[in-house]
Design a protein around this ligand. Structure first.
Ligand code: DOR
Ligand code: ZN
Length: 429
């Protein structure tokens, strides 16, 4: 006898029909014959995946909650099939002190409907040791904002810690982006496309090679966020051949969009690093060389996005469009369920040490997303739960949608409706 069972589940890509037994939020059985159970949810033969893990979101809470807060952000995540998110530190105040980390933790515990982790930022190097005791998912460094001398000190401190922490890297070179931005700003052209020139591919390539050099010298694990160019990925993959210390991430916008979207969408596609032209951009053919897909969900107010190209803030809200776009590719046979599981479940769990998540197996958390591969949808930002109700993917026709999301045995989304649930800090035991 189990508390809850999910019957008529289809495990993909194997296409195995089974029932999943759940007790205390954990998977206790996976069987052909349904177990005796207090409560039954019939999945009706639909594909079921491990709940998705997004290692890169910006929920703006505290301080910028008019853009997003932990409630709206986590609801958007649940609608997109995510059961765990990892929030970035560039909030107000930034998550760079023990006090700020604890404050954000308490906000997330109150508001989040799904499970969560928090990345730490670095301002004062003396705070690193203290904040490391609170189990951040990683230490995030924005290379577009700091000099190499700061990187040197930060790597030195972090590589000395008792626990083997990961450094997440925003890889754009500060000097090159500043110089190129200055040059483009003084030019006459101010349509959104100049933004791509203001932060050119070379700036990413240089930053990636610097980050690799620091990783090598300090024997320190690094995760390169939102890789946007072929050459940066090639450098990462060369370095990976001799080191087991480097992982990479791609966003849905760098995967699916090129710089022609500046003309179509204006500042809605302004993001750092920017969209690339076809010569430089990555695409589905390289997905097998990348470790993680992170949404980099970065919501802003629409009024801010309507400012001129230099003043509009960078970032794209992605939580509610990512899985539909990927399922659409699976329907077109351009991708496989295996890729979704690797990029959004297994690898994020492995890289960020979530031993109970990322897999459907006995003893694992009962985190799932059920998908309907026949459901068609035209992406419409008015339907979003995120506060940022715009998207460069507006009007895209997709086939394949998440229809139910479950976090530790609790339904948090069913047919687009969100239900109350108490999200948990993933490193609390
Ligand atoms: O486009 C971006 N938006 N890139 C970043 O690095 C930060 C993010 C944000 O917080 O809006
Ligand atoms: Zn980001």
């Amino acid at each position: 006898m189990v508390e809850l069972s999910l019957t008529n589940c289809k495990l993909v890509p194997e296409n195995i029909e089974c029932s999943i037994g759940i007790e205390d939020g954990k998977i206790v059985s996976i069987t052909k014959i349904p177990p005796k159970s207090d409560e039954i949810i019939d999945i009706r033969g639909k594909p079921i995946l491990p709940g998705l893990i997004d290692s890169h979101v910006h929920f703006r809470d505290p301080g910028l909650t008019y853009k997003e807060d932990f409630r709206s952000g986590s609801e958007a995540a649940a609608c997109g099939g995510f059961t765990t998110v990892m929030d970035m530190p560039n909030t107000k105040p930034p998550t760079t002190t023990k006090k700020a980390f604890l404050e954000k933790l308490s906000i997330a515990k109150k508001k989040s409907v799904i499970d969560f982790a928090l990345h730490a930022g670095i301002e004062d190097l003396k705070q690193i040791k203290e904040i490391s005791e609170l189990n951040p998912a990683s230490f995030k460094i924005f290379m577009d904002l700091v000099d190499n001398s700061f990187l040197m000190e930060a790597f030195k401190e972090i590589s000395k810690l008792k626990q083997n922490y990961l450094i997440s890297i925003h890889a754009e070179d500060k000097n090159l982006t500043n110089k190129c931005t200055e040059m483009e700003k003084s030019g006459i052209n101010d349509n959104s496309k100049v933004y791509a020139k203001a932060r050119p591919p070379i700036s990413e390539v240089v930053a990636v090679s610097t980050a690799i050099a620091f990783s090598k010298f300090y024997d320190q694990k690094i995760h390169i966020c939102h890789v946007s160019t072929k050459k940066a990925l090639e450098l990462i993959n060369m370095a990976k051949r001799d080191e087991n210390q480097i992982t990479s991430e791609i966003t849905p916008h760098h995967l699916f969009l090129d710089d022609s979207y500046f003309d179509r969408c204006g500042n809605i596609v302004k993001t750092n690093p920017p969209l690339r032209n076809n010569e430089n951009k990555l695409d589905i053919s390289r997905l097998n060389q990348i470790d993680i897909l992170g949404t980099d969900h970065a919501p802003h107010g629409i009024k801010e996005k309507e400012k001129n190209v230099w003043e509009a803030p960078p970032g794209i809200p992605n939580l509610e469009t990512t899985l539909p776009l990927l399922l659409n590719e699976v329907n077109k046979n351009k991708m496989d369920f295996k890729d979704i599981k690797r990029l959004l479940c297994e690898n994020p769990a492995k890289i960020f040490n979530l031993s109970n998540k990322g897999r459907i197996g006995i003893g694992m958390d009962a985190d799932f997303v059920v998908v309907d591969m026949k459901k068609e949808y035209i992406i419409n930002p008015e339907d979003f739960k995120t506060k940022a109700k715009y998207s460069p993917f507006e009007g895209f026709k997709v086939k394949g949608m998440p229809v139910m999301t479950m976090v530790r045995g609790n339904i948090v989304m069913d047919s687009g409706e969100v239900f109350e649930n108490k999200g948990k800090f993933v490193y609390d035991n």
